[in-house]
Design a protein around this ligand. Structure first.
Ligand SMILES: *Cc1c(COP(=O)(O)O)cnc(C)c1O
Length: 433
């Protein structure tokens, strides 16, 4: 508990930043109810912090690992050791962790294209994958898609209650099924995010039907939320972005692919070139930020989770529908709030922007972004462009007028952002406290 004096001083500081006393007080009442939840999150972060440090020690990370390479990048000790660290932390045979991987979509595309061959079939047993993968797979026709290379695709949706449709999954698996892709996070859909336990259950089911199928998990936004990762429950490959959780906010670019040695190697042959694989790829000075970001990631993720839970409880209390709800267990860092009107979505995003350390004076407006079927408003005042482990929000201006937000490099910043969003809603008469 804060003492009276400290509380007054903090309140004064919030007021200096534009947060009214009643908004602050409202936030404090919510905070008081979250103490036990936050303690649990800290315990998970503690466990994951130790896991990362142990992986670094086991692989003898040294000062020399932080150096840079250029050109071909042969024998880059830092790169090779970092990949061993990821493999140790995620309990896999091997990993590919590279600045040459441009984003999460690229990492997933490399893992898929590296491991699928013409006439193979790809199966998603958890419904439609993340939007950008539609073009990778060829669900929406696209140049260079897997479909163009003769890889077919099948999908089994989750049942209306969010459970796996085991009967139809069994029917969908056939002699051509080579790879099963499982997306952990709900992305911008309304289905629940999958827990690591549920992913394990699905993988066991699939492997019982076809033991040699490759089970791949899109782990974006999921790293370090739980004590275990999908690779602890049978995933052969796990893929994610370094400008989300595992980059810890410090990685300026990159993605990872961790899993069985053979499958990681196949991905490397696709990322660089057949024959070259993991042997080339200079690190151009990013090694230190990759190591340090991974080191910080468990506590950064904890801060982001606290922010998400704080927001869920604030807006639930004010009568809005929030996904996940205020008390549900968490398996990723994304929080959605349904406002039901465009003004509130806009006010929320303006609040997140106004709380940013970078570009706080920028006033975001909805615009027709390429690739979206409605105007979208985005708030991001990030150190790394587009980084969504940093506090960020976006809201498509269409029903149900929901805002999706995630991140926050520290809990304190996430808290300020959420209070600022509430402040903007209050100023426009969109909520009453
Ligand atoms: C973010 C995300 C991706 C794609 O990552 P980008 O870095 O935006 O290309 C894929 N899948 C899921 C579930 C994601 O959240």
């Amino acid at each position: 508990m804060k003492t009276g004096d400290n509380m007054d001083e903090n309140k004064g500081m919030y007021q200096a930043l534009g947060i009214d006393g009643d908004v602050y007080e409202f936030g404090e009442t919510i905070c008081k109810t979250l103490k036990e939840r936050f303690d649990k999150i800290d315990e998970t972060a503690e466990y994951n912090q130790l896991k990362v440090i142990r992986a670094m020690q086991e692989n003898r990370v040294s000062e020399a690992c932080l150096y840079s390479s250029s050109g071909y990048g042969y024998n880059d000790l830092g790169r090779d050791t970092l990949e061993a660290v990821y493999a140790s932390a995620f309990h896999t045979e091997d990993a590919l962790v590279r600045p040459q991987i441009a984003c999460g979509t690229h990492a997933l595309a490399v893992a898929l294209a590296g491991n699928l061959r013409p006439n193979d079939e790809l199966l998603s047993p958890v419904g439609k994958p993340y939007d950008t993968l539609e073009e990778v797979i060829g669900i929406r026709p696209s140049n260079g898609s897997l479909a163009e290379y003769g890889v077919s695709y099948r999908q089994v949706d989750l049942k209306p209650d969010g459970s796996f449709d085991f009967e139809n999954i069994e029917k969908a698996i056939n002699h051509r099924t080579r790879l099963v892709t499982i997306q952990r996070s709900k992305g911008y859909q309304t289905r629940p995010t999958l827990s690591v336990d549920r992913i394990g259950e699905l993988i066991s089911f699939v492997k019982k039907i076809k033991p040699d199928v490759i089970c791949m998990v899109d782990n974006c936004y999921g790293e370090f939320v739980e004590r275990r990762e999908p690779t602890d429950v049978g995933a052969d490959l796990m893929v994610g972005s370094l400008i989300k959780n595992p980059g810890g906010g410090l990685a300026p670019i990159g993605g990872y692919i961790a899993g069985k040695e053979e499958y990681v190697r196949n991905a490397a042959y696709r990322l660089t070139s057949p024959g070259l694989g993991k042997e080339v790829g200079a690190t151009l000075g990013v090694n230190q930020s990759f190591y340090q970001g991974f080191f910080l990631a468990p506590t950064v993720v904890a801060g982001a989770l606290k922010g998400a839970i704080f927001a869920a409880n604030i807006y639930e209390k004010l009568g809005f529908s929030v996904i996940p709800n205020g008390t549900e267990s968490r398996h990723d860092i994304i929080q959605a709030v349904e406002f039901g009107n465009p003004e509130s979505v806009i006010a929320f995003c303006k609040g997140i922007q106004a709380a940013a350390p970078v570009d706080s004076y920028v006033d975001p407006e909805p615009w027709a972004m390429p690739g979206y079927d409605s105007d979208v408003i985005m708030a991001a005042g990030a150190f790394v462009q587009g980084s969504s482990i940093e506090l960020s929000a976006d809201g498509p201006i269409k029903p149900p007028y929901a805002v999706y937000f995630q991140g926050g490099l520290t809990w304190e910043h996430a808290k300020l952002g959420i209070l600022m969003s509430l402040q903007k809603l209050k100023e426009r008469g969109l909520v009453t406290l």
